[in-house]
Design a protein around this ligand. Structure first.
Ligand code: AHM
Ligand code: MG
Length: 331
């Protein structure tokens, strides 16, 4: 896909997501429409999940599911429900050959052997916030499969570098629900209008401020942060910056993208490689950050350049306004 081409298409704020996708697809002479359909499938599953989240307290689907996921963390009922919603939508859609998910140990082959795309997804991130009515999110990355269509999906199809992402996005289930995505030509955000059942373009060509005054980090673990991260946080305090930490990556990231700030999940004693997962948490937000003029590193190198070695690999994560990430990464 020719990059930057679709940034030419300007639609007025207020256009709906379907129309935006359609207009952008028209900009590509050889586009077959599969990527567009795939993005629509994700957006649709997001609506269903949004409905379930909104009714969760009433429908008795909060709480723990009674099993652990592959990371050894307790799965919540809504984690499991969201995983089912997204995988079902993607399987029926037919454009996705395989999914890797936070909730599944292995590659999920969707038995769509002719499909061109691979998805990495965290169906519902920020699980600890589900039961207390605080913002949560869905995070997804889209890759083109590398092995020939028709055969079984290979590990090389799913373990691609972040710089190979074709598209990336998130859904934020917050005070309003938003669908934010990029296909490599800028970032656009759509706010869900529940009475119409539509996502409406509300944040066109989103740009992250180059610098900011917000830092987001779990300071409860700061005793075991690397010295350079402790030093950077001290500098933030000396400058009178604001600490803001929701504990929901999508929500913390989204706020910092709009207002200017940095999110850090460094190595800690408990999580020596950081907590966040490269394939379905960091790569996606790194692509969006860069597309919006921000930056993402693991403290040493660009997130999008990391060669993945396993599906559920964890990396330290520094993401946000460019000036802040540069300073924190070398601090
Ligand atoms: P999860 O995928 O199990 O929900 O964990 C990821 C979440 C992020 O959304 C959040 O930024 C981070 O974990 C918070 O972790 P901590 O409670 O250690 O600060
Ligand atoms: Mg997660």
């Amino acid at each position: 896909m020719a990059k930057a081409e679709n940034s030419r298409i300007a639609l007025p704020v207020g256009s709906n997501l379907d129309r935006f996708i359609m207009r952008n697809q028209e900009a590509f002479a050889y586009a077959s429409g599969e990527l567009s359909q795939l993005i629509r499938d994700l957006a649709y599953a997001g609506k269903v999940v949004n409905r379930e989240i909104n009714r969760a307290g009433l429908a008795g689907i909060t709480g723990a599911y009674g099993a652990d996921n592959v990371q050894g963390e307790a799965q919540q009922n809504l984690d499991v429900a969201a995983n089912i919603r997204f995988s079902r939508a993607l399987q029926k859609g037919g454009e996705v050959a395989a999914i890797i998910s936070e909730e599944e140990e292995d590659i999920m082959d969707l038995n769509n052997p002719r499909a061109k795309y691979i998805i990495a997804i965290d169906p519902l991130d920020g699980s600890s916030n589900i039961d207390v009515n605080v913002s949560i999110g869905t995070i997804f990355s889209i890759y083109r499969r590398l092995s020939p269509q028709g055969g079984p999906v290979q590990m090389e199809d799913v373990l691609q570098k972040g710089s190979d992402q074709v598209a990336a996005g998130y859904i934020l289930y917050g005070s309003s629900t938003m669908f934010v995505y990029t296909t490599g030509a800028g970032v656009n955000g759509f706010t869900y209008e529940p009475s119409l059942g539509e996502y409406i373009l509300s944040h066109q060509n989103m740009k992250m401020p180059n610098d900011g005054t917000i830092y987001s980090v779990n300071e409860g673990a700061s005793k075991t942060f690397p010295q350079e991260v402790k030093d950077y946080i001290d500098k933030c305090k000396d400058r009178g910056y604001s600490a803001r930490y929701i504990g929901s990556l999508v929500a913390d990231f989204h706020r910092n993208m709009l207002k200017g700030g940095i999110y850090i999940y460094p190595p800690t004693e408990k999580a020596p490689n950081g907590k966040l997962r490269l394939m379905y948490e960091c790569n996606c937000l790194a692509m969006i950050a860069e597309q919006a003029g921000g930056m993402a590193t693991d403290g040493k190198q660009r997130i999008l350049d990391i060669e993945p070695t396993s599906l559920h690999q964890r990396v330290p994560f520094f993401v946000g306004s460019k000036k802040m990430v540069k300073e924190a990464s070398k601090a």
